[in-house]
Design a protein around this ligand. Structure first.
Ligand SMILES: *Cc1c(COP(=O)(O)O)cnc(C)c1O
Length: 424
């Protein structure tokens, strides 16, 4: 790629290119043709990118550690096709609710490789997980120990569990996605974890196999991960350690995350140093697996000049809530002329009735006009999963693209879907 598109190659899915017609292609598919065929907005997923990152994780871990599993933190992109593809690639799965458990089982994950998380799991969710035969339940509170003991006893079984420890380290990320600090709603402090470990060990129907920690998301530095492992290593000697997810990705060229291999190397090294080389080691990536695979396409509806240039598109906070939730930043380009000089600084606004519904501020674009297809890269994580129907907007389809073939794996919602749960 050259010029403008080359400047965005750090955020486009692997294999993206400018085709002979001078238009942007993802997974071998021309984005303008996808917009015509499937409508906009749409999540366009480069299947090969998704597979490549799954393999990068598996290769990075298997080259350095013998007994491991890599789990897809499925809240990042919980649709059946993504679950299925990552199951095919050999990943396990992390779920955080009965709904995600249902989807993971339906997509074909081996229940023994499903992990149930959550700081407020209901008794019904625990029942469903134990009945499904999930590999591990990750215990998050004292009351949950009693509750799960009761559930496992009622099903006359023993449930393998991990204890989630909040190591008291805070990664440099938005407060809304930081989970490892001492004053967190998640897990046990190292001090409380000692008591929890004692209680779980005494429970007749629980089998304590190890510890879990997950300190936050979109982390661009490795030190907090290392500090977290040091903290949990001080709590005893267990067969299983789950070091969570949280590796960040580049949404813009100002963010430089460690490579997957570098992240894995650092974590394996600290585990070998602080624990043992023969523990069962689990990684739980969400964002770093799925974010880069996807580009959201929109159609520009209006361009307005006042103090700034406002480019309004046919989606917004209903398909990507992250800018509003976390102040997240993105880059963007026009799919029909990715090589044209992006000389105009614009705000890309959504269509919702909120002034805060602005997808990107101050992004250079090549003279956008109504009807242009705008591509926003790195929307594979926490886009689809946080989607909503605000303003009666229909949730967007998910289009898988590979070697020039596109297929919808989730259809666009219909107006009937909007009324589907109404009983009157
Ligand atoms: C969200 C979450 C993950 C994945 O986080 P990413 O930042 O998307 O990698 C992993 N483990 C747990 C327990 C989580 O809650």
């Amino acid at each position: 790629m050259t010029a403008t598109a080359a400047n965005l190659s750090h955020v486009l899915p692997l294999g993206s290119r400018v085709n002979a017609r001078g238009r942007l292609e993802v997974g071998g598919c021309d984005l303008l043709e996808l917009a015509r065929e499937f409508g906009t907005p749409a999540y366009v997923v480069a299947e090969d990118d998704l597979r490549a990152r799954a393999r990068a994780f598996l290769d990075a871990v298997s080259a350095r550690h013998r007994d491991y599993d890599v789990l897809f933190a499925s809240k990042a992109f919980p649709c059946t096709a993504v679950y299925r593809l990552l199951a095919e690639e050999g990943l396990g799965c992390d779920v955080a609710s009965g709904g995600e458990l249902f989807l993971a089982l339906r997509a074909g994950f081996d229940p023994a490789r499903i992990y149930l998380h959550g700081n407020a799991k209901s008794e019904i969710e625990l029942h469903e997980a134990v009945a499904a035969g999930v590999g591990y339940v990750v215990l998050d509170s004292a009351s949950e120990i009693e509750r799960l003991e009761r559930v496992a006893a009622a099903q006359r079984t023993r449930q393998a569990v991990l204890v989630r420890v909040t190591p008291g380290v805070a990664g440099d990320t938005h407060h809304a996605i930081s989970t490892g600090q001492a004053d967190s709603k998640f897990g046990f402090s190292p001090h409380d974890a000692e008591a929890a470990i004692g209680r779980v060990s005494a429970a007749a129907h629980l089998d304590l196999v190890g510890l879990h920690c997950h300190i936050g998301s979109q982390l661009l530095e490795l030190e907090p991960f290392v500090a977290a492992v040091r903290t949990i290593a001080a709590l005893g000697d267990f067969p299983v350690y789950n070091v969570g997810g949280g590796l960040g990705v580049a949404y813009t060229d100002s963010q430089q995350p460690p490579a997957i291999s570098e992240y894995v190397e650092t974590l394996v090294a600290v585990v070998h140093r602080e624990l043992r080389t023969d523990v069962r080691l689990l990684f739980e990536p969400g964002r770093a697996l799925v974010a880069n695979s996807t580009v959201t396409i929109y159609t520009v509806q209006s361009v307005k000049e006042n103090v700034s240039t406002w480019v309004a598109v046919d989606g917004g906070m209903s398909d990507n809530l992250r800018p509003m939730l976390y102040g997240s930043t993105y880059e963007a380009l026009l799919a029909g002329r990715p090589l044209a000089p992006a000389s105009r600084r614009c705000h890309v606004a959504g269509k919702h009735c909120e002034s805060g519904d602005v997808l990107i501020r101050d992004v250079p674009l090549a003279d956008p006009a109504p009807g242009d297809v705008l591509a926003v890269p790195v929307t594979g994580a926490y886009g689809y999963s946080l989607a909503n129907n605000y303003n009666g907007v229909l949730r967007a389809p998910v289009i898988f693209c590979r070697e020039g073939t596109a297929r919808a794996v989730v259809r666009r919602e219909s107006y009937d879907d909007l009324a589907a749960r109404d009983l009157e």
